[in-house]
Ligand binder design. Structure first.
Ligand code: PEP
Ligand code: MG
Length: 538
């Protein structure tokens, strides 16, 4: 939750006109060169300031602004009679098209090149560059959407919250924002009508943005922010309900570099390691050796602890060039996750081999699971392959509703099930999690989703097998209690949410959690389920 004045992301620049140039060609070219240099210097300076991965992205963009082939092309177009702005627009545009045509990693760089072109055109016009605005005082950033590179670069001292028109609550931009502890409210229709300087209360838990709040509303928001700080300052005990029933609190991670931060926030282990995040830019499948090194680094951060690693979940919003090479009209319903791995089995074998090597080299308790699994047959395939390659604990994610419906059959083979509520919600409600217009359907409080969780919980109990939660739902404190009431044995979330969830669990006994769960599953809508649980929780 955050309270503060709005600052909007500048509109994209209009396309430069095709009118004839009036300045002479050498003078126009000199102006363009000056702008290219200024943009490159600015990008390099921003990279220095941001450090880490952001520095690599920005250094690469600075190089693009100095690319001699591009400068030659701009020069020829100026000689042809157009303005410097138009020449930059056309030359960069042609280069972008070429990159898109190359596909995969190169195609993804086209957006970065487009951003450089916008910056150069802005410099030529003497207007502010598009992108995250800068301010000396903290603000709530309002934008159509943010590129992951923008999100990675956000100044945490200045950006109080993000409000975007596009994107669903579990889009990876939202996940990245949450991992930085920035409240993010996405898919807000009308967000772009907000005027700079207007004060808003942005509540990421309810997804509501209150414009021009009353003094009481501001006071209530500030109280909640203070409560949150108090939860964050509470001792880092292991997750447990009020009656002592243990609910291990685990972390969702995308890189071994995040491990130390998660441990510092009291993570008892890792409940979801998203391996595909390691290889998003790669055009070739990673080698067994490089993967072994990454997984060993991760496991070494959790000696004696449980670490659940997910096999590559490529496709839809996380395409990997070496796994997803065909165009699909509906990639979320396509050759994604285990389906894609099964087609290119050697890539899966290499990954499981690397994981087994990391397991042998460390003392962590490694569990490995497959994403996007539909039924018991696919479960048997993955578990058999995992065992053949030496893995001790092998399970599946429950993301496709069919797997939840057939949970009893799946439990015969899987060592455990971890529920990915983001995709389980997307597929149960038939609502693309990336699409702002259907964001209201992407609500894991929906009783249809809760009933599937209940089916999985019961099957787990009957087979004495663990059923964890690793979707964003586990990060919503009251929903976390409901999920435990439905039979979840562990909760895994972005480390920033651990403190709030730990505090909420400590307020309810198992019997009370079950009562909250019963009230929620009996509701007819997501809002009704939340209300039912809230009024029982008091
Ligand atoms: C999920 O779908 O809930 C999940 C945890 O996986 P991801 O968000 O990476 O798709
Ligand atoms: Mg998923």
């Amino acid at each position: 939750m955050a309270v503060g004045p709005v600052l909007r992301m500048p509109e994209p620049l209009p396309e430069p006109g095709t009118e004839a140039r009036t300045a002479d060609a050498p003078a126009e070219l000199a102006r363009v060169r000056e702008s290219l240099e200024a943009v490159a210097a600015d990008l390099t300076a921003r990279g220095e300031k941001a450090g880490g991965e952001a520095k690599d992205v920005l250094d690469a963009q600075a190089l693009m602004a100095q690319d001699p082939t591009l400068v030659d092309d701009v020069e020829q177009r100026i000689d042809g009679g157009v303005t410097g702005e138009r020449a930059v627009f056309e030359a960069f545009g042609a280069f972008q098209e070429m990159l898109v045509g190359m596909g995969g990693y190169m195609a993804e760089r086209a957006t970065d090149l487009g951003d450089v072109a916008q910056r150069v055109i802005a410099a030529l016009r003497g207007v502010p560059a598009p992108g995250v605005p800068e301010s000396d005082t903290p603000f709530v950033l309002v934008a159509p959407d943010l590129a992951p590179a923008d999100t990675a670069l956000l100044d945490l001292d200045k950006v109080l919250a993000l409000v975007t028109r596009d994107g669903g609550p579990t889009s990876h931009t939202a996940i990245l924002a949450r991992s930085k502890s920035i409240p993010a409210i996405v898919g807000v229709t009308g967000a772009l009508d907000l005027v700079d300087g207007t004060v808003v209360v942005a509540d990421a838990v309810s997804g509501v943005v209150t414009v021009d709040p009353s003094a009481d509303e501001v006071a209530a928001a500030e109280q909640r922010i203070a409560d949150r700080r108090a939860a964050a300052a509470a001792p880092l005990t292991d997750g447990a309900l009020a009656d002592g029933h243990a609910v291990p609190l685990l972390a969702n991670l995308g890189s071994p570099d995040e491990a130390a931060g998660a441990v510092a926030l009291g993570a008892e282990g890792v409940g979801l390691f998203r391996t595909e995040f390691l290889f998003l830019g790669a055009s070739q499948a990673p080698t067994v050796e490089s993967q072994t090194a990454s997984y060993t680094a991760l496991l070494e951060a959790f000696p004696g602890r449980k670490v659940v690693v997910r096999a590559l979940d490529a496709g839809a919003d996380k395409p990997l060039a070496f796994l997803n090479d065909a165009h699909e009209e509906n990639p979320a319903l396509g050759l994604r996750g285990l389906r894609a791995l099964r087609v290119k089995e050697q890539i899966l074998r290499d990954q499981l081999t690397a994981l087994a090597a990391a397991q042998a080299a460390t003392t962590a308790d490694l569990w490995v699971m497959a994403p996007m699994v539909s039924d018991a047959e696919e479960t048997e395939y993955f578990v058999a392959l995992g065992r053949e390659l030496g893995l001790r604990t092998v399970g599946v994610m429950a993301e496709v509703p069919s797997l939840a419906v057939l949970a009893d059959q799946v439990m015969r083979t899987a060592d455990f099930v971890s529920i990915g509520t983001n995709d389980l919600t997307q597929y149960t409600l038939a609502a693309d999690r990336m699409l702002g217009s259907v964001a209201s359907y992407q609500d894991p409080w929906h009783p249809a989703v809760l009933r599937l969780v209940s089916t999985l919980g019961e099957a787990g109990r009957a087979a004495s097998k663990p059923v964890g939660i690793c979707g964003e739902a586990a990060a919503d404190p009251l929903l976390a209690v409901v999920l435990v009431g439905l039979g979840a044995t562990t909760l895994s979330m972005t480390p920033a949410a651990l403190a709030d969830v730990r505090l909420e669990l400590s307020k309810h006994t198992l019997e009370q959690a079950q009562a909250l769960a019963a009230a929620a599953v009996a509701a007819t809508t997501a809002a009704g389920a939340r209300q039912a649980a809230e009024s029982l929780a008091g």
